[in-house]
Design a protein around this ligand. Structure first.
Ligand code: PEP
Length: 251
């Protein structure tokens, strides 16, 4: 058993109004008072202050779903690290496959965002993962290597362990098709070996999560694996009871 503290993160994507976010917190928080895992909720930007306020006495942290790498400037529609910190965020999801696929997020942008998040005091949750076609062509390792090498390229070795990586095969996101625990563990282990190529101590400490149709029914199997240090959860995190069950499965 590793001594890495598991992270279980709720990615709400573009879901939940302020009233719905409040209702979620009211129903979810009492269920996780004794949780062993680090819990992160990633609401919309607009709900960040509300969820940060609702969770401030517990062990739950709040994260944004994206961030710009510049401090300020003429970047309409974008949000900086300082603004996220102001709103109560402690972490930020970077490079989610929906940002990469639908909003043209590039490896170069992520190479800039990850160190900026760290320097600003936000825990970066860097998402990586292959498409179904890439897996069929046996290119999973090549894709993960490219995404990880870029994402951590400008992070100094002594801060590498503070990055959280989420391995999220795109074919498993929102599809109900979960990677088998073996597939997930293989990929997370490969990501750890890529980090080890930069720094072996950081590779032992860095948390590597699995994401892709995690539900209460499959959480224990996935999260019980040595190489898997938690989960990034989309659909099932919208329901407070389901998300609480996944948090509990993380130990
Ligand atoms: C995600 O959006 O990061 C995700 C893993 O979604 P889902 O759990 O719905 O597959």
């Amino acid at each position: 058993m590793s001594d890495r503290i598991p992270v279980v993160a709720a990615n709400w994507k573009m879901h939940k109004t302020l009233a719905e976010a409040t209702d979620f917190c009211d129903r979810f928080l009492p269920q996780v008072e004794d949780a062993a895992a680090e819990i992160v909720i990633c609401p919309s930007y607009l709900s960040l202050p509300l969820v940060a306020e609702a969770t401030k006495v517990g062990a739950v942290e709040v994260a944004a779903q994206n961030m710009h790498y510049e401090d300020s400037g003429a970047f309409t529609g974008e949000v900086s690290a300082a603004m996220l910190l102001d709103a109560g965020a402690k972490a930020v999801v970077l490079g989610h496959s929906e940002r990469r696929q639908l909003f043209c997020e590039t490896d170069e942008a992520l190479a800039r965002k990850v160190p900026v998040a760290l320097e600003s005091g936000l825990m970066p949750i860097l998402c990586v993962g292959e498409t179904a076609e890439e897996r069929e062509r046996d290119e999973t390792d090549r894709i993960l290597r490219r995404q990880i090498d870029a994402g951590i390229s400008r992070v100094p070795a002594e801060r590498l362990a503070e990055v959280v990586v989420a391995y999220e095969p795109i074919w498993a996101i929102g599809t109900g098709k979960t990677a088998t625990p073996e597939q997930a563990e293989d990929a997370c282990g490969f990501v750890r070996s890529l980090v080890a190529a930069r720094d072996t101590t950081a590779a032992e400490r860095i948390r590597i999560l699995y994401g892709g149709s995690v539900k209460p029914a499959n959480a224990a199997d996935l999260l019980g694996r040595e190489e898997i240090d938690g989960a990034l959860v989309g659909g099932a995190s919208l329901d407070p009871d389901d998300f609480a069950a996944i948090v509990t499965a993380a130990g």
